[in-house]
Design a protein around this ligand. Structure first.
Ligand code: ME8
Length: 501
């Protein structure tokens, strides 16, 4: 048994959540459920980033106080997570007292250690990104709302830790994943690192945590937000809890916030004298017509609409199966329906329909007793028994889509096995043999449902209930002969594509 601490980014409460947020949170949930099923201990944290300019502007637009705005939007996230069957252990909001205390304590500690200093700074400032940008970044044209700003501010000596960070990345090959993201960070670290401006004058931006050593300033939103990962497990309040989880942390996010997590965050931890997280994994973006889905572009897909129409499990399945972890993926309703119909309706759902239909017809709905297994039966049995280690291998490499695919391959295989063996024909001459075939197929269905339960918790539970499967082990032999199958509707009824749509 081992332990794992899984985090998602804390999302900005500047608008309601979209499918991109749902994706990372479902990914974290799938990993958490997978590890729990393996007998591991898991702590899973998600939450909201409630300070900073973006949130302040969003509140101003609605003519609301920042706190009221956050309190109004927070339930949209928590309710969506409930609907998506997210089983997080804690939900952190950066406006909570516990977090504000940690941020202030950290700022004071870093200040006392001499890693924070005041300086006058003049440079290009991106209002949209809420940070000073370099000349090259300005020229790239990728930043919106850029203006020249001269200001006295507080700086964190990030540059002091540059070499230490490079060494850490080189000595811990799994620290930043996937590999190409690690190389991106190492490339970034080839140039001299600037110190990080960690304050905002209150007269310009007041919605943040006040610096404990200068009440004219609030802290920069990222210096505040990143600390959620240690607040959430009791830093400065519950040392035992913190020690249990911190070094086992896996941070999940998309590539947009790679630098903040792989450069700002580790250098802050170095300054605090804390170990670095175990793993930082940046996945790709969900795109719509090749463009990033984003709140400001307005091309967002509302996960609730999809869930209401097609069910939570199919949305979870699609998102996990369709995106190759690390690469971008294109979201379209057409690809969703295609994936649903082929994998869930035709392969997985259909297998259950077939076995329960045939068992109903030939065995009075009771799971038959298997006789001696043939070579082909044993081959399927071996494939089913190999699934656990194959899935483990894929999950360790963070290839969730491949972990799903290894199960679906066996599901497809057993569907063709049924075609070939034709138990409906065999039953006429050798009922016992037909029973064995159906046992083999049904047992494969059961094991597949167990393996897919982290991805589709509800539908697999339903399938297991139909099979009367008491055992939740994926190992061969969990079905009890003689158990009466429950009558049921199709798990995943086919979606008919509207050709005119
Ligand atoms: O960056 N595809 O919050 P945020 C895939 N508050 N994932 C996506 C996505 C897309 N199109 N769009 C968003 C912030 N995400 C900060 C984080 S953490 C200390 C502070 C997901 O609301 C993905 O996980 O902009 C991405 O990293 C995150 O939402 C950004 O959420």
């Amino acid at each position: 048994m081992s332990k794992i601490y899984i985090t998602t980014p804390i999302y900005y409460v500047n608008d309601k959540p979209h499918i991109g947020h749902a994706y990372t949170t479902i990914l974290a949930d799938v990993l958490a459920r997978y590890h729990k099923a393996e007998g591991d201990q898991v702590f899973f944290l998600t939450g909201l980033d409630e300070h900073g300019q973006k949130v302040q502007q969003a509140a101003q637009k609605r003519s609301m106080s920042e706190q009221d705005h956050c309190d109004d939007l927070a339930p949209r996230f928590t309710e969506l997570w409930k609907k998506l069957e997210i089983q997080n252990d804690d939900f952190i909001r950066t406006t909570q007292d516990r977090h504000i205390k940690v941020v202030k304590a950290v700022l004071q500690k870093v200040y006392d250690s001499g890693d924070i200093y005041a300086d006058e700074y003049e440079g290009w400032y991106s209002v949209a990104e809420e940070r000073f940008i370099t000349e090259t970044e300005k020229e790239s044209g990728e930043f919106r709302d850029v203006k020249c700003l001269k200001e006295r501010n507080w700086f964190f000596k990030m540059s002091k830790y540059q070499q230490k960070l490079v060494d850490h990345i080189n000595e811990h090959p799994d620290f930043i994943q996937p590999e190409h993201r690690k190389n991106e960070v190492l490339g970034f670290l080839k140039k001299p690192l600037n110190d990080l401006c960690i304050s905002r004058p209150k007269e310009r931006m007041s919605w943040g945590i006040e610096l404990p050593f200068d009440s004219d300033y609030v802290t920069y939103v990222w210096f505040d937000a990143l600390l959620n990962y240690i607040t959430g497990i009791g830093f400065n309040s519950d040392q035992k809890k913190f020690d249990t989880w911190w070094t086992l942390s896996v941070h999940l996010m998309a590539k947009d916030i790679l630098t903040t997590h792989c450069v700002y965050w580790p250098t802050m931890l170095f300054s605090l004298g804390l170990p670095l997280p175990k793993k930082i994994f940046a996945h790709g973006w969900w795109l719509i017509s090749e463009t990033k889905m984003s709140k400001s572009l307005g091309n967002v897909v509302n996960p609730l609409d999809l869930v209401d129409q097609y069910g939570v499990d199919s949305v979870r399945y699609y998102l996990m199966r369709e995106m190759v972890l690390g690469a971008d993926a294109n979201f379209s309703l057409e690809s969703f329906i295609k994936r649903y119909n082929s994998d869930l309706a035709n392969d997985f759902g259909n297998l259950l329909n077939r076995v329960s239909g045939l068992i109903g017809k030939y065995f009075d709905g009771k799971i038959p007793e298997p006789q001696k297994l043939t070579v082909e039966d044993k081959d399927i049995q071996a494939q089913v028994n190999a699934l656990s280690s194959e899935i483990k291998e894929q999950i360790e490499k963070m290839r969730v889509h491949d972990a799903i695919e290894v199960v679906m391959k066996v599901v497809r295989h057993v569907n063709t096995y049924l075609e070939r063996q034709a138990p409906w024909k065999v039953a006429k001459e050798d009922l016992a043999r037909a029973g064995t075939i159906l046992y083999v197929a049904t047992e494969t269905m059961r094991a597949s449902a167990v393996h897919l339960s982290p991805v589709m918790p509800s539908k697999t539970e339903e399938a297991l209930k139909i099979l009367g499967a008491v055992s939740t082990t994926a190992k061969w032999g969990g079905l009890k002969s003689g158990t009466k199958l429950e009558t049921h509707e199709a798990l995943f009824p086919r979606i008919e594509m509207n050709k005119d749509a």
